[in-house]
Design a protein around this ligand. Structure first.
Ligand code: NAG
Ligand code: NAG
Ligand code: NAG
Ligand code: NAG
Ligand code: NAG
Ligand code: NAG
Ligand code: NAG
Ligand code: NAG
Ligand code: NAG
Ligand code: NAG
Ligand code: NAG
Ligand code: NAG
Length: 690
């Protein structure tokens, strides 16, 4: 038995020695010989055609299969043979730093291939299905090859374990595909610099743990563009090179990028101020920012930044001195354009520290250096309307039409005292329209989702199409009686009365009351006219006595007590000194100084005497009266109970509106009185009509 065993062992041993020593897998051997011939490696690398390829220099085998070829930096030329695709056990193929040209053949069967180094050669073509089946790929280097322009093929997705992918200067065209950010959970280094890429930084990078990303220096008239805000969530980043592109918008907050040390952003169109997170970062050692459109103050970097490339002269900073604060008006304007995502046009145009001194895009100022107009129409603006427009106290016109603005109209805008026009037409604004003072011409047409429920066919402003008068109806209600015509003049745009309280609401009840009371008045006058009661219209200086814009300021004024503001609370006439002292429960319409005390009205109407009644209507009685200075007035005393407390605000609102009304067919409201249950309106009395 023993000899048989020994013989068998010997045969097996001999067979295996022969196999391992001389028998490279024949397909592999054929492929290696083809490779040697194609690249002239028999000479250059002393790959003798007579020896077994597994014995060759820089070739590793395992079990007769070629697993590794390392031919980098051997001055090889020629092109790769298709047989290379037969080396199915190959895990590493290094051919970098040679002059190999032509097409990279299909390696579709190389499912074990992990490392593919083809960079720095003269390859001219890579097929779009090149990566099919390369499921084990770990690192791919294709840099510095004159490929015909190619796109990163979707077949790369097969390489789920990809860690490094580098194809700088390799004529990669198209966009940065989303799957680069999502398909490779272990992706560590992605380098596509000096290519022909265009489009945006994919938002999909938001969850990526990538450590180094090079997308810099796109060439041939191509560049990456759009915002870079996604970076704030790429918390694994250590090295980010985005320089020499067309990225725009603000710099991201990098406070979560605790490992970021090398940040290159120069030569883009980045706008807005440099965020604090840039100067407080503890990890940054190298940063380039030159040649952007950065705004706000020049940042002061900490000493840990060893290499800083930031030339303030190339930017749009307000001042050139690091750390110097901008004028507050500049800060306000920057905060306004922040809501538009810092458009490039403002970055290019708004330079320096004086918005009124230069020719700042869209800004108009008055002589005193106050901004009166912001005209940002047709600028392709995105984003929302900043509530900080309200910080421009002298603003008269806010023009934002024909943009792509979304969001709602900030209620703060209604408080701007000198505002006369707000044009928001043709945007994508939604939500409710806040109540602007009646003096404001508000245009909101062309915003499909804005919630206005006006629309009374009666034109409030004849000749101005589609202009929705502020306050013509509260959002969500469909009132259709607001028949008070209004002149095109914007009254009181310079005076006190302009500070009408925002948010006034007019209800239909009040409108109805109003109309009826006006009709009643007109009827009454008509009646008196017929009966030749020849009142003379009181002439100008006196009729203006209790008009809010003049109350307390003219020479022959204050014949009648006008309460309602602190300035006037004490200015009582000699005749009616009780007026202000008894006014503890007098309601004040913050809007104006049109409050007239009940005592005055009692006095001038002979305590609402029968003999003073001009007429009666469904809602109350109208009394005539004559003020101390001879001004004739008509006092409309509402029937108590007509207006409950619920209607009080509407009453006040209507008063605010009526004070603005100047129309040839209507008389002016001179004032009003709210006292306990008393509700009185005081009109100028024109016995001769108009
Ligand atoms: C390539 O070889 C040359 C000399 O042949 C040497 O100077 C160079 O450093 C090598 N490069 C690499 C990357 O090995
Ligand atoms: C080896 O490669 C060549 C060329 O691609 C091909 O024709 C041949 O069928 C391959 N042989 C094997 C065994 O796959
Ligand atoms: C690169 O390949 C092209 C042909 O594809 C050839 O004309 C050129 O000479 C090659 N360059 C080098 C440096 O080998
Ligand atoms: C890119 O492709 C163009 C046209 O095919 C070629 O002229 C150019 O040399 C290539 N550039 C690079 C960097 O490979
Ligand atoms: C990936 O790239 C990084 C940096 O470029 C390098 O340090 C690392 O060794 C590479 N890893 C592989 C698997 O090539
Ligand atoms: C992105 O980062 C911002 C700021 O750090 C954070 O508020 C936001 O939730 C992050 N988004 C995601 C999807 O992580
Ligand atoms: C607004 O955006 C849409 C698509 O988002 C675009 O088609 C349109 O041109 C934009 N309008 C303006 C005025 O920029
Ligand atoms: C608005 O957004 C669009 C689409 O992202 C962009 O093309 C355009 O430049 C943006 N407009 C401004 C003024 O930034
Ligand atoms: C206008 O500017 C002057 C001086 O700059 C300032 O005192 C004043 O308050 C401003 N007025 C308004 C309404 O902003
Ligand atoms: C308007 O609102 C509807 C429903 O919310 C929405 O589907 C639509 O996209 C909105 N249109 C615009 C222009 O915002
Ligand atoms: C009213 O709108 C129409 C159509 O939109 C326009 O042709 C006309 O000129 C406008 N009239 C005025 C006074 O704006
Ligand atoms: C006004 O409201 C009434 C009832 O709420 C409704 O029937 C009517 O259609 C509305 N009219 C308009 C123009 O919205």
């Amino acid at each position: 038995m023993e000899p048989v065993v020994i013989l068998l062992a010997f045969i097996i041993a001999a067979f295996s020695i022969i196999a391992s020593a001389t028998q490279t897998n024949p397909d592999d051997a054929a492929a290696m010989h083809a490779l040697a011939r194609a690249l002239g490696a028999d000479g250059a690398m002393k790959w003798s055609p007579d020896t077994d390829p597994c014995s060759w220099n820089r070739v590793l085998c395992s079990d007769g299969r070629v697993t590794s070829i390392q031919m980098g930096n051997q001055s090889l030329a020629g092109s790769l043979p298709p047989e290379l695709g037969n080396l199915t056990a190959l895990t590493r193929l290094e051919l970098q730093n040679n002059r190999i040209s032509g097409q990279i053949p299909s390696l579709a069967g190389l499912s074990s291939l992990q490392f593919l180094l083809l960079h720095d050669n003269n390859f001219s073509f890579i097929s779009s299905n090149f990566f099919v089946g390369l499921t084990s790929l770990n690192a791919v280097y294709l840099d510095n090859n004159p490929f015909e322009p190619w796109k990163i093929p979707g077949s790369l997705r097969d390489a789920g374990g990809l860690v490094n992918f580098s194809a700088n200067s390799a004529n990669v065209s198209g966009t940065v595909p989303d799957f680069l950010a999502t398909a490779f959970p272990s992706l560590d280094h992605l380098a596509l610099a000096f290519n022909l890429l265009s489009g945006h930084l994919p938002a999909a990078f938001i969850g990526s743990g990538i450590r180094s990303l090079w997308l810099n220096n796109q060439v041939g008239g191509n560049s990456l563009s759009g915002g870079i805000s996604v970076i704030q969530n790429m918390t694994g980043l250590e090295q980010l090179w985005l320089q020499s592109n067309s990225f725009s918008g603000p710099l991201p907050d990098i406070s979560a990028l605790v490992g970021l040390r090398d940040l290159q952003l120069r030569d883009n169109q980045l706008t807005g101020p440099v965020p604090n997170s840039f100067t407080t970062s503890k990890s940054l050692t190298r940063i380039t920012l030159t040649n952007n459109l950065l705004q706000g103050p020049v940042p002061e970097f900490s000493d840990s930044v060893q290499e800083l490339d930031l030339d303030p002269k190339t930017e749009s900073f307000c001042l050139e001195k690091p750390g110097a604060h901008c004028e507050s008006i500049v800060d306000i304007l920057l905060s306004i354009v922040k809501s538009f995502e810092y458009p490039v046009r403002f970055g290019e145009n708004w330079k320096g520290n004086d918005p009124c001194g230069g020719d700042w895009l869209g800004i108009t100022c008055d002589d005193r250096g106050n901004i009166t107009v912001t005209n940002f129409q047709k600028m392709g603006l995105n984003g929302t309307i900043s509530p900080d427009f309200a910080k421009l106290p002298a603003l008269q016109k806010l023009l934002l039409s024909n943009n792509n603005l979304t969001g709602t109209i900030p209620a703060t805008l209604t408080s701007l005292p000198y505002l006369t026009e707000v044009d928001l037409s043709d945007n994508l604004i939604s939500g409710e329209v806040p109540n602007f003072p009646k003096t404001v011409l508000l245009k909101t047409q062309g915003n499909p989702n804005i919630s206005i429920n006006v629309l009374n066919p009666v034109s409030f402003r004849p000749g101005r199409n589609n202009s929705i008068p502020a306050n013509s109806a509260p959002p969500g209600r469909n009132n259709s009686i607001h028949g008070i015509p209004e002149s095109n003049e914007v009254p009181g745009s310079k005076g006190k009365s302009n500070s009408i309280q925002p948010g006034i609401i007019i209800g239909s009840v009040l409108a109805a009351i109003c109309i009826i009371s006006l009709v009643a008045l007109l009827t009454t006058w008509h009646y008196y006219k017929k009966n030749s009661l020849n009142f003379n219209r009181v002439q100008s200086p006196n009729t203006t006595v209790i008009h809010p814009r003049h109350s307390g300021s003219g020479p022959d004024l204050v014949k009648v007590t006008v309460a309602g503001s602190s300035a006037n609370a004490g200015s009582t006439s000699e005749n009616y000194s009780r007026a202000s002292s008894g006014s503890t429960d007098v309601h004040v319409v913050e809007a104006g100084n049109m409050m007239i005390s009940i005592q005055v009205l009692r006095s001038v109407t002979n305590n609402f005497g029968e003999e003073n009644i001009l007429g009666r209507g469904g809602f109350g009685t109208v009394y005539k009266g004559e003020l101390h200075d001879g001004t004739k007035i008509a006092v409309k005393r509402m029937e108590s109970g007509v207006l409950g407390t619920k209607g009080l605000n509407e009453f006040k609102s209507e008063i605010a509106v009526l004070t603005k009304v100047r129309h040839r067919n209507l008389v002016s409201l001179l004032g009003y009185c709210l006292d306990g249950m008393e509700r009185l309106l005081v009109y100028e009395y024109m016995p001769q009509g108009h």
